[in-house]
Design a protein around this ligand. Structure first.
Ligand SMILES: Nc1nc2c(ncn2[C@@H]2O[C@H](COP(=O)(O)OP(=O)(O)OP(=O)(O)O)[C@@H](O)[C@H]2O)c(=O)[nH]1
Ligand SMILES: [Mg+2]
Length: 343
């Protein structure tokens, strides 16, 4: 499912350094000519698309970016040092708009692609530049020009990488609320979630991964029972399914099988998508029940099984660690042109 991530940032290029007025002062050269150097150019602010970012999360904290100013020119025709460019890394797919005019300044699609969003001011000319036959000793130089300053809107279409599936009431929304800043409705009745919620979960490396919490599936959802199964299209392009099972349910094993059946009925690759099973609400059941369910599930699937409590947060860290590990395996990348076998 697509979700638009937005960030507002302010970028300011460096000012050009001033040109200066100076004259050659050398022994035995009575009237040295003009020798004031030009100012250095200001640094520019440049966006560059990188592979290791997937969201615009970092811009919640850092919003203002300034490149450094050019230095003043020096005597003896020395040009001032140029200011350093300020490079800002953004994820591939970032669209860049001028916030005031709404003009699209660029779309950073490819890794390594760059876009100058604020151009550094040119350095001013020193008096040496104004030497002419009419004026052998110009007494003036130009100041450096100001660097450009802009407010930008960055937009990125995010794709959910992890889809959370399970029966109604399994705790899917509670889970996404526990691991992200998403605040979906949570209630102790089925079909609380009617439209998918997305949450961005931060990896230890700093970048975010998008999780999608979708409405609960029930038996025969594929024939329209409950909320039907159309919303599964929102997780068709995820790389991993997190299957939540309510340990307090009457028959957690049956519930597991129900969801597998519904994935098969939906097809389009979902039955073959890698799954991790999380047995939720372990805070509310005895360890014997937990062990029984784990043993039964092991007979049915080779998927990894975790025990968690979305409410007390028990077990969330090891589960997320495993998810990050799986996602770092590039073989799991969803391929745009993949043809799903009919099920
Ligand atoms: N004891 C306990 N209760 C939980 C846990 N996780 C969720 N719940 C409760 O289970 C109920 C259902 O939680 P939700 O997060 O709304 O479940 P859901 O899977 O999103 O449900 P639908 O949106 O209806 O599909 C709520 O009353 C939660 O407080 C848990 O780890 N332990
Ligand atoms: Mg829900």
């Amino acid at each position: 499912m697509q979700f638009i991530d937005r960030a507002f940032i302010e970028v300011e290029a460096g000012n050009g350094g001033d040109g200066i007025v100076a004259f050659r002062r050398e022994k035995y050269v009575p009237a040295g000519g003009p020798a004031g150097g030009n100012g250095g150019n200001g640094g520019s602010v440049i966006l560059t698309a990188v592979e290791h970012l997937q969201t615009l999360l970092d811009f919640q904290y850092a919003r203002r970016f300034k490149a450094s100013d050019g230095r003043r020119g020096g005597p003896n025709n020395c040009t001032g040092a140029s200011g350093d460019d300020r490079i800002i890394e953004v994820p591939c797919g970032t669209m860049v708009y001028d916030e005031e005019t709404h003009e699209l300044l660029g779309d950073l699609v490819e890794i390594g692609q760059t876009l100058i969003v604020a151009k550094g001011g040119k350095g001013g000319l020193g008096n040496k530049h104004f030497l002419s036959n009419r004026n052998r000793a110009p007494e003036y130089a130009l100041p450096g020009l100001s660097g450009e300053k802009r407010f930008l809107l960055l937009e990125l279409k995010l794709l959910a990488e992890v889809g959370i599936i399970g029966l109604p009431n399994a705790g899917k929304s509670t889970f996404i609320a526990a691991v992200s800043s998403a605040r979906p409705k949570i209630a102790d009745y089925p079909f609380t979630t009617l439209v998918p919620n997305l949450g961005v979960v931060r990896k230890p490396t700093g970048d975010g991964v998008v999780f999608a919490d979708i409405p609960g599936l029930i038996a025969n959802a594929h024939s329209g029972v409950g909320l039907g199964h159309d919303f599964l299209r929102h997780i068709e392009r995820t790389r991993l399914l997190l299957h939540l099972i309510d340990l307090t349910a009457m028959d957690p094993i049956e519930n597991y099988l129900t969801i597998q059946e519904e994935l098969k009925a939906y097809g389009r690759g979902l039955p073959y998508r890698k799954q991790i099973i999380a047995l939720n609400k372990c805070d509310a059941v005895d360890i014997e029940i937990e062990n029984f369910v784990i043993n039964e599930l092991k007979q049915l699937t080779s998927s990894q099984i975790f025990t968690i409590s979305a409410v007390t947060r028990f077990g969330l860290d090891p589960l997320l660690q495993t998810i990050w590990h799986i996602l770092s395996n590039s073989n799991l990348h969803f391929k745009e042109d993949e043809v799903w076998p009919e099920v």
